[in-house]
Design a protein around this ligand. Sequence first.
Ligand code: PEP
Ligand code: MN
Length: 264
Amino acid sequence: LASRDFHPENTVISIGDVKIGGGELVVMGGPCAVESPEQIDEIARLVKAAGGQVLRGGAFKPRTGPYSFQGVGVEGLVMMAEAGKKHGLLTITEVMTPEYVDVCAEYADILQVGTRNMQNFDLLRKLGTCNRPVLLKRGFSATYDEFLNAAEYILAGGNPNVMLCERGIRTFETYTRNTLDLSAIPVLQNLSHLPVISDPSHGTGRRELVEPMTKASVAAGADGLIIEMHTDPDNSMTGDGVQSLFPDQFAALLQDLEKLAPLV
Ligand code: PEP
Ligand code: MN
């Protein structure tokens, strides 16, 4: 079902007025984690003002260590839904377990599967029965074939609205947090009809690399981007402040993108 051989036309995912995979670039921006109503409201305002279409933010965070901040939970879903509605943005949030799919689907427009859960097959099966589009992140050590098979689980369950997200893979290089695999963009578009989104924030782990790798992703043909932005990255509640753009950097980057590709 994920293969272009059996489905030659591109899948276009329509949510409200936003079309993903239809030739216009979609930008999803926001913090790694939802922290407070004021934080997410202010960031939503800035994402909208910059020309973004989707507000990102994690209410449930898949942290590497069990003692790190794990997210604010269901309250965060409510805060983000309110901010999205108020500022006219769609919302995307990560869901980590099958039990939380229904509540996340109630509050968010798009559900994200994180890199660590790409092969959480129970979660993928549950998302196959859900009526929300899914952004599936590539496992940080998954091959393209494994990635497409993970998408296949969601499609096979009856949900046709899956986008693939390249978010960097693990290589021998330690300067960057991950190595953003730019080749994944054209490869996945050749092998599959599903939209391909690039995540230069987790793909590099370094703020100064987000702008060039965003532009490189657009040049490589990405259908959209998911970018971390925070009003006070140095004091953010996850470690991802170091890769989060400041609001003015985010706005300037989107202005540059308008020159490369039309925004929705
Ligand atoms: C995130 O988007 O904040 C996140 C945890 O991403 P990943 O699953 O790619 O690490
Ligand atoms: Mn993050």
